[in-house]
Design a protein around this ligand. Structure first.
Ligand SMILES: C[S@@+](CC[C@H](N)C(=O)[O-])C[C@H]1O[C@@H](n2cnc3c(N)ncnc32)[C@H](O)[C@@H]1O
Ligand SMILES: [Zn+2]
Length: 287
């Protein structure tokens, strides 16, 4: 079966959980070609196996080359392995066993969600959504067993109460939407950087420590305003990265987008330890 038909078949199994991003009506899969709502808003499956559910194209700084670097880094550096394990442990601790709908809001090219799904055991469906088509295109190409949607996390094409888990990893959030689509028994898992995250890269870029600092107090306070916080898990360690991982890190990281050519030559000239310093916030609906 071609990618497009395979994806349409998968979406038709879960179509009851999807709603039209334009009018909120229920949807169905038509002729394994498009998703159509009862008011006839139509979104076609792309041949690579995803659906673009944006009503108009959105410009993004994240292009396909960046997502290829992110994928290579996530899969091959081991940098995020502990984060993936910690997220799976949280899911097992907080939710009853059984098949789950796991939405990754701001999934990029999908490797975080796929690593988490792989470790979480069989039977779950992953739905990855990102506003950047380059990321979703790559995700659909590499991970045909999940559903991939180009969409806006501020207007999720998901029904109210349709998701057991919302992942939101190093991405912007929309808590009103997350509250709408999460099940009353479900959890939101948000991964945010802490002050030491990539500190070696920050130092190499800015040298002075003021700019190098990163403060996430506002992000955490906003999360606490919207959810009952069940857990806060901090993950801090230094991971040894080789030259090819360091080169990927620079290319994939918004931090380093504005550096001059040559600035980071020294940074990537030999293997070095780099700090991962993340906080995982776990919340559920407040009422
Ligand atoms: C730093 S990247 C993280 C991507 C992925 N979670 C990862 O860690 O590799 C931030 C992502 O948020 C996405 N994003 C930004 N605004 C968005 C929106 N309104 N709706 C959906 N995705 C959005 C970007 O396109 C980008 O892929
Ligand atoms: Zn509609």
């Amino acid at each position: 079966m071609k990618k497009k038909e395979r994806s349409a078949t998968l979406v038709s199994e879960y179509v009851a959980q999807i709603q039209c991003p334009m009018c909120g009506a229920g949807m169905k899969v038509l002729s394994l070609t498009s998703l159509v709502c009862s008011n006839n808003h139509t979104f076609d499956f792309a041949k690579q196996g995803y659906v673009n559910m944006l009503s108009r194209p959105v410009a993004t700084q994240y292009d396909q080359a960046l997502f290829e670097n992110r994928r290579d880094f996530i899969l091959n550096s081991g940098f995020y392995a502990k984060m993936h394990e910690a997220v799976v442990d949280i899911i097992h601790r907080q939710l009853a066993p059984g098949p789950m709908t796991i939405l990754d809001a701001g999934s990029g090219e999908g490797s975080h969600m796929e690593q988490i799904l792989k470790k979480a055991g069989a039977g779950h469906i992953g739905i990855g959504l990102d506003i950047a088509k380059g990321g979703i295109l790559l995700a659909a190409k590499n991970y045909p067993d999940s559903i991939w949607l180009v969409g806006d996390l501020a207007n999720l094409p998901m029904k109210a109460g349709s998701c057991d888990v919302i992942l939101n990893i190093l991405s912007p959030a929309n808590y009103n939407e997350f509250n709408r689509v999460i099940k009353p028994s479900g959890i939101v898992i948000k991964v945010v950087p802490r002050s030491g995250y990539l500190s070696e890269l920050r130092q190499a870029l800015y040298q002075d420590t003021d700019k190098a600092d990163y403060d996430n107090a506002g992000t955490i306070a906003l999360f606490e305003e919207h959810f009952e916080v069940l857990e806060r898990v901090c993950l801090t360690e230094q991971v040894m990265l080789d030259q090819s991982a360091l080169a990927n890190l620079i290319r994939m990281s918004p931090l380093a987008w504005h550096h001059e050519d040559g600035d980071l030559d020294n940074f990537i000239s030999k293997s070095r330890p780099v700090t991962i310093d993340l906080e995982i916030l776990v919340g559920r609906q407040t009422n």
